[in-house]
Write a protein that binds this ligand. Structure first.
Ligand code: MN
Length: 193
């Protein structure tokens, strides 16, 4: 059985980028539903004792969708902090500057990729086993885990992620997220060892 981890910040801590109301609906209702569905789908099956990442890599259909959405949302919400590092550091900073030219150029390319996803999905920064960075667009519940890549950062582009606060303005919603991304968390995921 999976339990939903408590967020390490108050519901209003991410304002104005994400309102308390959106955190309460998005994490408290949408994300909780994915975890509840996951638990009912794995009950009494071979998946019951598997790690969430292993379930994602070895399932399809409703189980994949709910397992991946459970994972993606925890990954997303635990990237944010009202007081986190505002820029990447160390090896990740070097890799971003080498591959994208600058942090600002990376941010623009990442948001553009998110804006261009047709319908619901996720835009990801991931890396391969050599540390090469990749911006990846995934529809619906998609995750780079199924491509054998390491996820580093994701923005949720489902309308439920931003509609209460930004209505149809997806680009505005995504650009605002840079103010709450904790780059220490993202940098720590980029472990080349
Ligand atoms: Mn979502």
């Amino acid at each position: 059985m999976y339990t939903q981890p408590d967020l390490p910040y108050a519901p209003d801590a991410l304002e104005p980028a994400i309102s308390a109301k959106t955190v309460e609906f998005h994490y408290g209702k949408h994300e909780k539903a994915y975890i509840d569905n996951l638990n009912s789908l794995i009950k009494g099956t071979d998946f019951e004792d598997m790690d969430l990442e292993d379930i994602i890599k070895s399932s399809e259909g409703a189980l994949f969708n709910n397992a991946s959405q459970a994972y993606n949302h925890i990954f997303y919400f635990f990237t944010f902090s009202p007081t986190g590092a505002k820029e990447p550091s160390g090896e990740l900073r070097k890799a971003i500057e080498l591959q994208f030219g600058s942090l600002d150029a990376f941010k623009k390319e990442f948001v553009d990729a998110g804006v261009k996803i047709f319908g619901s999905g996720w835009v990801w920064l991931a890396c391969d086993e050599d540390g090469k960075l990749l911006i990846i667009q995934k529809p619906n519940a998609g995750t780079p885990l199924t491509d054998g890549l390491v996820p580093l950062l994701t923005f949720d582009v489902w309308e439920h992620a931003y509609y209460l606060d930004y209505q149809n303005r997806r680009a505005d919603a995504l650009n605002k997220l840079w103010s709450i991304v904790d780059w220490d968390v993202v940098s720590s995921r980029y472990d080349l060892d």
